[in-house]
Structures are given as structure tokens and as C-alpha cells.
Design a protein around this ligand. Structure first.
Ligand code: GUN
Length: 287
């Protein structure tokens, strides 16, 4: 049987550590603050935003949630972002995705001051990541790297296969693995013989958003399997992108869904927010 990588417990430990860091900041008059903008009433996004607010409360971060109507104009959102960029109480700004189709994700992301871009989605921060000189790194990939590090297994020289090429997970985690000297393959919807590629991997990162797409038999014996997928089945149950039972027969380490990558994403968002507050206090700026 594989070792289950317990993201929930690791996220809890990270939050305890952050809570300890927030104390001295507060004594110096700095209360880390995170502003979250949620547009419309997408039910999954509402759940995530609520969880982010609760997590902020746990570690002593001020949370400012801005819920905007589905039909808000881009100019109105840009005005809010500009106000938050200039608000001293706010160290981190996050626009919850996905956005309604009339709002341009790129325009809004670029409007956020890179020093407050705790999602790590601004082209400045993506560019720094590509260069191997990261400033703010995206939360889910950062959480995945923490989970991999927790296994104590050397990443250098390993074959890593990332299934999924999103800007939020697939591309950035591939870069992070590359910077740790893994040999990285990115698979996507047009990839041929995906099963063979996954079958060669020492490390599999599944981030496609399709329930149980990665079958247990595909996994190489002893591989580390990180499942980023959160898919809700008709019966309400959450399942990952990996067939957990099947993959557990082959993997040495595997993350569960729920309780794997998900809690780490939120922990890393808090980590980035505290980092933003510490940088402001010390006068460090992006450019
Ligand atoms: N929607 C799904 N994941 C994320 C994330 O990491 N950040 C934001 N802003 N929206 C998301």
C-alpha cells in the first residue's frame, strides 16, 4: 500500500506556523490583509471564497470579500482593483476565477499590482517564474511542490509527467519541477499515447479536470501520484482525476481527494499574503 500524502494535516501545520508569524507583525502594527473579488454566483467559487475567508480568520489575516453582481462592468471591477491597490490595509488581492464571459481575465489580472498578486497570475510574476527567479508563485503549484518535498524524495533527474496545461496549474508546476532538475513532459488533449507517457513517470501530476481519467494500470510501480482534480459526481461525491483505488496498487505515495492538494492551495494563499505583508514592512518591491 502507498503512503497517503496528507494535505489536510500539512496545511494545518503551515497555518499554525503562519499564525505564529502574524503575531509579531501585528505587534509592529501590520495586520496582513487579503482582498478577494468574487463576481457572480458560481456555486463552486462561492464555496472556495468562503473557505479562503475562514482560513484567513484562523491565522489572523484580515479578509475583505467583495461580492459583485454577475453583470458588473469591467470598468467597475478595474476601479475596485485600483482602490485595493492603493489600500494600505490590503497586502494581497485575488480575483476568483472563472469570470463571466464579458470580463477579460487577462485585463483584470494585469491591473493587480504585482506586489499584491498573491495568486501569482500577473505576467510579471509568471515571467519571474519562467526565469527561475520567482517573486509570487501560484498557490496550487506551490502546494504541490510542498507535498512532493514532504516525501523526502530527491526530484533531480526524475521523470515527471504533468497531465494538463492550464496557466494556473499545469504550466507553472511543470516549470517548478524543471527548476528542481526533473525531466518534465506536459500532456494535454492532443497528446498521443498518453498512457505510455504516464507509464514512464516517476512523478505524475494530474490536473485535467476529468474524473478518474488517469487509470490505475497506467501508473509505474513506485511512482508518486499527485491528484489536483476536484470533480463532483452525480451523487455529490468528490473524486479526483486519478482512479485512486487502482493507482494505490502501484504508487509509492499518493494524494487523496479531498484532503490532498486542495487544503494546500489555501495554505499557500495565506503564505503568500503573509509574505506580501513582510515585504511591504521591509520595503522590498517587485521592480
Ligand atoms: N479558481 C480556481 N482556482 C483558483 C485560484 O487558484 N485562484 C483564483 N483566483 N481563482 C481560482
Amino acid at each position: 500500500m502507498p503512503t497517503i500524502i496528507d494535505g489536510k494535516s500539512q496545511a494545518k501545520d503551515i497555518k499554525i506556523g503562519l499564525h505564529r508569524e502574524v503575531g509579531p507583525l501585528k505587534e509592529n502594527g501590520v495586520i496582513p490583509g487579503l482582498a478577494v473579488i468574487l463576481v457572480g454566483d458560481d456555486s463552486a467559487s462561492q464555496v472556495y471564497v468562503k473557505a479562503k475567508g475562514k482560513a484567513c480568520e484562523e491565522v489572523g489575516i484580515s479578509s475583505f470579500q467583495h461580492r459583485l453582481d454577475e453583470d458588473v462592468t469591467e470598468d467597475e471591477v478595474l476601479k475596485l482593483i485600483s482602490e485595493l491597490n492603493n489600500d494600505e490595509k490590503v497586502h494581497g488581492i485575488l480575483v476568483q476565477l472563472p469570470l463571466p464571459p464579458h470580463l477579460n481575465e487577462r485585463t483584470l489580472t494585469e491591473a493587480i499590482n504585482p506586489d499584491k498578486d498573491v495568486d501569482g497570475f500577473h505576467p510579471y510574476n509568471i515571467g519571474r517564474l519562467v526565469l527561475g527567479e520567482p517573486y509570487f508563485q501560484p498557490c496550487t503549484p506551490l502546494g504541490i511542490m510542498r507535498l512532493l518535498e514532504s516525501t523526502g524524495i530527491e526530484l533531480s533527474g526524475k521523470e515527471a509527467v504533468v497531465v494538463g496545461r492550464s496557466n494556473i496549474v499545469g504550466k507553472p508546476v511543470a516549470l517548478m519541477l524543471l527548476h528542481r532538475n526533473a525531466t518534465v513532459t506536459i500532456c494535454h488533449s492532443k497528446t498521443r499515447e498518453i498512457q505510455d507517457k504516464v507509464g514512464r513517470a516517476d512523478i505524475v501530476i494530474a490536473a485535467v479536470g476529468r474524473a478518474r481519467m488517469i487509470q490505475g494500470e497506467w501508473i509505474k510501480k513506485g511512482a508518486i501520484v499527485i491528484d489536483v482534480g476536484i470533480n463532483r459526481k452525480a451523487d455529490g461525491k468528490l473524486v479526483g482525476d486519478v482512479d485512486f483505488e487502482g493507482a494505490s496498487k502501484k504508487a509509492s505515495y499518493i494524494t487523496p481527494v479531498p484532503g490532498g492538494v486542495g487544503p494546500m492551495t489555501i495554505a499557500m494563499l495565506l503564505y503568500n499574503t503573509v509574505l506580501a505583508a513582510k515585504r511591504r514592512q521591509s520595503g522590498l518591491k517587485a521592480s
